[in-house]
Design a protein around this ligand. Structure first.
Ligand code: ZN
Length: 233
């Protein structure tokens, strides 16, 4: 049976690695992205060039590339202000979560992705959630995603499988995985063309990629890159 996958692809390091992971194992791979009022909307500009360049790395990958879907989730900022959807300060909040936490974001993303997959007869949903080396967002946790898989399967009467290949990897191991999947070419492509910085900074280029260098997303990325480089010596 031909197995089709839909990858939640934001244009960041994690989702780019997930895209390569999916291209390595499924017969057809589609991508989905969300505009949700993110302050780093520049990540959406990175998506299509990065997607095209990943597809060009291997003929087998190119042959498996399917459609891209962009969905507008403009309702997200209307649900309440966060530091990811406004210029509010990025700090630790009273609930021990960073102010960049967008309540329900991954729940909405997977629900929308599953609804789209329903119409397109896609069984596998792939996301870059990770609870090893992360910001503590509760909707990135393995239990949340597993519970969501059950809820989606009950609610849509399907047998979706949600894959989170990065769940138990730290950021250095995520780079290892991209090296394993696509060699130095993929590592270099993700380094230069993917976007992580919450502030949307792309003009400042560092060894680990573009970004402000100080927001939590840049901090995670630069520390992961440093450990990855160290492990390769
Ligand atoms: Zn940054």
């Amino acid at each position: 049976m031909s197995e089709h996958a839909l990858v939640l692809f934001s244009g960041g390091q994690d989702s780019a690695t997930c895209l390569a992971w999916a291209l390595d194992r499924f017969d057809l791979v589609e991508t989905i992205g969300f505009a949700y009022g993110q302050r780093h909307a520049v990540e959406l500009d990175c998506r299509l060039p990065l997607r095209d360049k990943i597809s060009a790395l291997k003929p087998a990958w190119r042959a498996r590339f399917g459609a891209d879907h962009m969905l507008d989730l403009a309702v997200v900022p209307e649900l309440g202000q966060t530091a990811l959807t406004s210029d509010a300060e990025i700090i630790m909040g009273a609930d021990n979560l960073p102010t960049t936490f967008v309540p329900g974001r991954n729940l909405l993303f997977f629900t929308a992705a599953a609804a789209l997959a329903y119409r397109r007869n896609i069984r596998h949903l792939v996301g870059g959630m990770c609870e090893t080396d992360y910001s503590g967002y509760p909707d990135c946790r393995d239990d949340t995603i597993k519970a969501l898989q059950v809820a989606l399967n009950l609610g849509m009467d399907r047998r979706y499988v949600i894959h989170t290949p990065l769940m138990w990897l730290d950021k250095a191991q995520t780079w290892d995985l991209s090296a394993e999947l696509g060699g130095d070419d993929l590592v270099e492509l993700i380094r230069t063309d993917s976007h992580s910085c919450y502030l949307g900074v792309r003009e400042q280029m560092h060894a680990w990629g573009a970004g402000c260098g100080s927001c939590p997303a840049c901090q995670l990325r630069l520390q992961g890159w440093a450990r990855f480089q160290q492990s390769r010596k």
